[in-house]
Write a protein that binds this ligand. Structure first.
Ligand code: ADP
Ligand code: MG
Length: 488
């Protein structure tokens, strides 16, 4: 970015996001086709997905329930009467010629998502709506081939579309919003939130306005960003492009652009000067669906504790620093593992350090949906206890005992430490002869120490460590050596 701050600061960026999230249901939204990712093309489809004449859609209630979960997590108002609409447009991978979506009765209205910026500042981002819809198939353009292939496996997959109000002002907040959405859908168990696999997709609407203006500028919609980093970069690039145009006195036209991550540039796809006319109308094949009070209460009762609530609990009940609480609530599995370990110890900060350090280091896909960490909570608590009581140093515990516990998940921490012969020597009777030996070996160093070179004490301790092969408890060794040096 090389735009001068002086120019940049004359404008405010206005950003609204549209996020599509694929729901983790076993079957599609309006038929029984399977929904696995990565299977051979055109193997998960029926006459309904292919829109054969005379076929009828039937709503998958689970998809509606998942959308309600998301709405409850975002404090949205849940629509009681749900009508599904046809959005008409032509696309080769849309066999019906229309998409079933929710136009005037989105399942969730309003709501908000709280995000935390890098400097720790909280920002609350208002939602316009969350609605349910079906996905289209996928066109595949093979490099160098004149033909386009179509895979209909994705046709009819359940999606929620989360639409924010145009209230985001920085690319950083936009990325934080996406991160929060991914965290939420994973907590709720309604999606795996994998952007690489397309289960989380984002379109960014971007406009600029002079800082003291009151009317929004024309918005540009950017598509085709497949990582959080790309979303952030595409927004930065777009804001600069628009400011450059505005500074030259040129008009910013409403259009859809596609972002190319390799060049860092965006290209115009289509200009939408006049409103798209999709001719929405209620789908006559689907009857309206009522969300009863009973159903709503049962969904509410099945909600897990959410990251915000856990963050509060971790900072108050467990007295953790905000930094720790944020990391431990990144995933539901980690948060619950932390709480499990804390049932067996009161050294909560110790547990937090262990999870943020050695435990996280060995979990490569921390946030994936089914992480079962091999070291049982009670065993990790025992290991922490061994460190707290001086039987193991932290480095021996984390580098030697812990890796074995991961492999031998049934064993107790003490048994493994004994087996490895790494229990610290804190027994004075066993340490004193070694200390005497060391002091006898370095008479000249003792003389220097007596003359004031107090730093030599570390060398004596190091020598004791060496001779006990690291098993001497450093604190006790220090005490004993200090006492001995006063005596000689
Ligand atoms: P459209 O009619 O083009 O679909 P909507 O009003 O439905 O536009 O909004 C679509 C998305 O664009 C929303 O996320 C909204 O917050 C965002 N948006 C609307 N106006 C602007 C604007 N002037 N600048 C940036 N984003 C905007
Ligand atoms: Mg719209």
């Amino acid at each position: 970015m090389n735009m001068q701050a002086e120019v940049r600061n004359k404008y405010r960026a206005v950003i609204g996001l549209e996020v599509h999230v694929q729901l983790l249901t076993n079957s599609k939204i309006f038929c029984g086709d399977e929904t696995q990712f990565g299977v051979a093309p055109n193997t998960q489809l029926s006459v309904i997905s292919l829109a054969h004449p005379g076929t009828l859609p039937k709503l998958n209630k689970r998809a509606l329930e998942y959308a309600i979960r998301m709405g409850l997590a975002c404090q949205s108002e849940i629509s009681r009467l749900n009508i599904f609409d046809r959005k008409n447009y032509f696309y080769p991978d849309l066999p019906k010629g229309y998409q079933i979506t929710q136009d005037r009765t989105p399942i969730c209205r309003g709501g908000m998502v709280e995000v935390t910026l890098n400097d720790g500042r909280p920002v609350s981002i208002r939602l316009n709506r969350i609605h349910l819809e079906e996905d289209a198939g996928k066109s595949i353009h093979v490099e160098g081939e004149p033909d386009t292939l179509v895979d209909f496996n994705r046709a009819g997959m359940p999606l929620i579309e989360i639409v924010t109000e145009p209230v985001i002002n920085t690319s950083e907040a936009a990325a934080a919003f996406l991160t929060e959405i991914r965290k939420l859908v994973r907590y709720l168990g309604i999606s795996d939130g994998n952007m690489e696999e397309g289960s989380l997709r984002c379109d960014a609407n971007v406009s600029i306005m002079p800082v003291n203006a009151t009317a929004f500028g024309n918005k540009v919609e950017i598509k085709n960003m497949n990582s959080f980093r790309h979303v952030q970069r595409a927004i930065d690039v777009e804001v600069e492009r628009q400011i450059t145009l505005a500074e030259r006195g040129e008009r910013i036209i409403s259009e859809t652009r596609t972002f190319d991550a390799d060049s860092g540039k965006s290209y115009s796809m289509r200009v939408k000067e006049e409103l798209n006319d999709y001719r929405y109308f209620p789908d006559p094949d689907l009857s309206p669906v009522e969300v009863t009070e009973e159903w709503l209460s049962s969904v509410r009762a099945s909600m897990p504790e959410l990251p915000q609530a856990l963050f509060h609990k971790f900072t108050t009940n467990y007295k953790l620093p905000a930094y720790d609480a944020r990391i431990l609530t990144e995933s539901r599995q980690i948060a619950s593992y932390f709480q499990e370990v804390c049932r067996h110890t009161t050294n909560y900060k110790g547990v937090s350090n262990w999870i943020m350090g050695p435990v996280k280091a060995c979990l490569n896909e921390l946030t994936s949906v089914e992480v079962v960490f091999p070291v049982k909570p009670v065993i990790l608590a025992e290991l922490i206890q061994l460190v707290d009581t001086g039987k193991l140093s932290f480095s021996v515990a984390s580098q030697q005992v812990f890796p074995v516990l991961i492999k031998q998940s049934g064993d107790s921490a003490l048994a493994v430490a004994q087996q490895l012969n790494v229990i610290q020597e804190s027994n004075h009777d066993q340490l004193l002869p070694v200390i005497d030996e060391v002091l006898k070996a370095f008479p000249d160093k003792i003389a220097e120490y007596k003359k004031g070179k107090k730093g030599l004490k570390a060398m004596f301790i190091g020598e004791v460590m060496k001779r006990t092969r690291g098993k001497a408890d450093p604190k006790i060794t220090d005490e004993l050596i200090t006492r001995k040096l006063q005596e000689v």
